[in-house]
Every structure is written in C-alpha cells, then in structure tokens.
Design a binder for this molecule. Structure first.
Ligand SMILES: *Cc1c(COP(=O)(O)O)cnc(C)c1O
Length: 375
C-alpha cells in the first residue's frame, strides 16, 4: 500500500480518512475527562470499582451472566481457550480469512490452529467444511464474526455439540451484533471482545473482555487473568497477567451507553452504500441477525486500480485482509492446502470508510466517485 500512499493528498482539506480519531471523542470528551479524573483521585488503578462496574454493564448489554475484563481481544481469545483446558496437543478450528490475532491467540495457548475456507459472498467461515477438518485432536472452534456479521451459530453449535467441542466466539468486530435475537458473545461457551480503538466500542488504548454464562469458566478466568491467583499469594494454575486497567474501564463505562446509537449511525452509512453503489459488489447481509457494520467491504475485479483511483480522489481505503492465514509466514501447518475461496476473496476485497463521524456528504462523495470509476 505504501506505493500508492499519496502523502500530498493528506494535507488537502477534502481528504476522507479511513478513521477519524480527532472527531471520535468529541461527543463524550468532557465525560471522559471527568471519568479519568475520578480514577486518578481514587488512586486505584488495577482491579477496582470501574472494572467491576464495566463488567456488570457489559454482561447486561450482551445478555450474558458474566463478563471478565482483560488486556486485549487477543488475550480474551487465548484466556477463553485456556479456561476450556485447550493447550499443547489440541487443535482449534477457525477461518482462513481473519485478523491474524485470532491465530496468534490460539498459538499462545500452545494449541494448533486449523483453518477452514470461507463463503465467498460474506467472507464468513464455511461451516459446511468444518467437519472435514475435525481430527481426534480437535478440541475447539473459534468462529469469527467477521466485519460485524454473525456466523451461522445454529449450524456451528450443532457441529460443536456433536463432536464435544468448546466454542469461543471471536466478537472483536461484532460488539452489538446479533444472531437471531441473541447478541454475539452469548451463544458459545465464551465470547471474546476487543476494545482496540478502531473497534465499534473502542477504548483509548488496549482492552478486551470475555463473556460467558458458565460460572466455572468465569471463576477460572478471574484467576487466569491474574497470574493464576485464587487467593492472594496462592496460585493454583499457571495464569498470565491480562487485566483491563481502571482508566480503560472508566472510559468504556462512559462510551458503552453511546454504542447502540453509534452502531445505528454505522448502519445508515452501510444502507447508503448498498443503495448507492452501482459498479461494485457489496457483501451479502444474512437475514438471521443484526450486522454491527464494523467494516464495509466491497469486491471488485480491479481492486488495485480502484484503490489507487480512490486515493487520488482523496479517499483512504484498506484491505481486510490481503493475506489469508495459510499464506502467512508465521503459519506453517496447512501451507500446501488449497482454500480457493479465501484466496480469491483476499484478492478482490476493499474496505470503505465507515464510522459514526463520517459525514453524509463524505459517504455520498465516496459513492459518487466509485460510480464514476472506469473499469
Ligand atoms: C481486533 C481483532 C482481534 C484482536 O484484538 P486486539 O484487542 O487487537 O488484541 C482479534 N480478532 C479479530 C477478528 C479482530 O478484528
């Protein structure tokens, strides 16, 4: 992408960035400053009232019994698997098209990720191919609700129950999304969330959370995220240090009540794109749930040219993701296996700007210039 990055454009007035963090905090900046002050005055920075409050608020929002605040989305996945006793010698099934942290999280537990091809119209894991990859070592499935859209959890839970597999939903891109009438994160054994700043609910630093309805898993996670400590100075299992700090929890307590409105703003931009775009293919929106519209992804056979064209029209785009898992150097396991849909998909997708601060004027401009693109 560096070859087409046009530095001069960035100084122009009408450059549309992929994200806009200068504007992002404006609606709640004073409230956040107040919350940060409150934490500093309290002098309590780790495992305190703000985190307790956030865990209660977020569990209620998702409709799960328990929430455990952790340091990142990656560690939310890793810790969930650890709580399910998944580690060295186990295989964990996930998708070939995801943010690579899904894979590193599985590797962090010592387990072996095994990836499955995708549906070409949504980019989601092709659940019909999951059983082909189940071996006697398979212990878990990590379905990724990619771009903000739920996987087909009826089918995935049926396969999991049939083979006795633990399910960790990767909800990093799907905070607020639903499957049927249930929020993503309340369906599998655990839901793993990321509050990385670009996500639908973003902290001002790294943070993540796990939701679960299982008390035993909850109690294990409370200890696993805190050096495996069960009571002060007593360590019953080898845990890690992965706690959400009080400052991030306080910030998320301010931002959580705004999430539904902000997701609705994302939705109206997505609808505008779907109605307005004439020359490119939009991904399919399944009718079984609410899309969280984390990313808006289109497909074009002339992806490279379209991306350069948009950069010249002062629109920044990104690719999520240009390299499938099986083509990553850090992933050796299934190198020779052909997963044709994910390879084709990765070569034709492009993500357009979508965030609550994106003005109607700018999204209309994006539609207009794409419709003028000469193929
Ligand atoms: C962002 C993301 C993660 C990782 O979350 P972090 O908080 O950055 O560790 C994992 N999976 C998916 C699908 C993501 O988009």
């Amino acid at each position: 992408m560096s070859t087409i990055f046009n530095e001069a454009n960035r100084n122009k007035n009408h450059y549309v960035f992929f994200n806009d963090f200068q504007s992002e905090s404006l609606p709640f900046r004073e409230e956040i400053i107040g919350a940060v002050n409150r934490v500093i005055k309290s002098g309590w920075y780790i495992l305190g009232n703000e985190l307790r409050q956030f865990e209660e608020n977020f569990a209620n929002y998702i409709g799960a019994k328990y929430c455990i605040g952790v340091a990142s989305g990656t560690e939310a996945i890793a810790l969930s698997l650890m709580a399910g006793r998944i580690g060295p010698g186990s295989e964990v099934i996930t998708t070939n098209l995801t943010a690579f942290p899904t894979i590193t999280a599985i590797m962090q537990t010592g387990a072996q990720p095994v990836v499955v091809d995708i549906f070409e119209n949504t980019g989601l894991i092709n659940w019909q191919k999951i059983e082909d990859h189940i071996s006697e070592k398979t212990r878990a499935i990590v379905p990724v609700h990619l771009y903000g859209q739920s996987c087909n959890m009826t089918e995935i839970m049926t396969i999991a129950r049939k083979h006795g597999l633990f399910v960790v939903e990767d909800c990093a891109q799907a905070t607020g999304a639903t499957f049927m009438d249930t929020k993503c994160g309340a369906i599998g054994n655990c839901g793993a969330f990321s509050f990385y700043p670009t996500k639908n609910l973003g902290a001002y630093g790294d943070a993540g959370a796990i939701t679960t309805n299982d008390e035993n898993i909850y109690l294990q996670l409370i200890s696993l995220r805190n050096y495996g400590q069960t009571q002060r100075y007593y360590h019953d299992h080898p845990g890690i240090n992965s706690r959400m700090d009080e400052l991030q929890a306080a910030i998320l307590n301010v931002k959580l009540p705004y999430l539904e409105t902000r997701n609705a703003e994302r939705k109206s931009i997505a609808q505008r794109y779907r109605q307005g775009l004439k020359k490119v293919t939009c991904l399919t929106e399944n009718d079984y749930g609410q899309h969280a519209n984390h990313l808006f992804v289109i497909k074009s056979p002339k992806r490279k040219q379209l991306m350069e064209y948009l950069e010249n029209k002062n629109v920044q785009t990104l690719i999520h993701y240009p390299v499938p898992v099986t083509s990553q150097k850090a992933f050796q396991w299934q190198k020779d296996e052909s997963l044709p849909e994910s390879e084709k998909f990765a070569n034709s997708i492009l993500s357009l700007p979508i965030y609550p601060e994106l003005s109607k004027e700018n999204s209309n401009y994006i539609i207009e210039v794409i419709n003028e693109f000469e193929e």
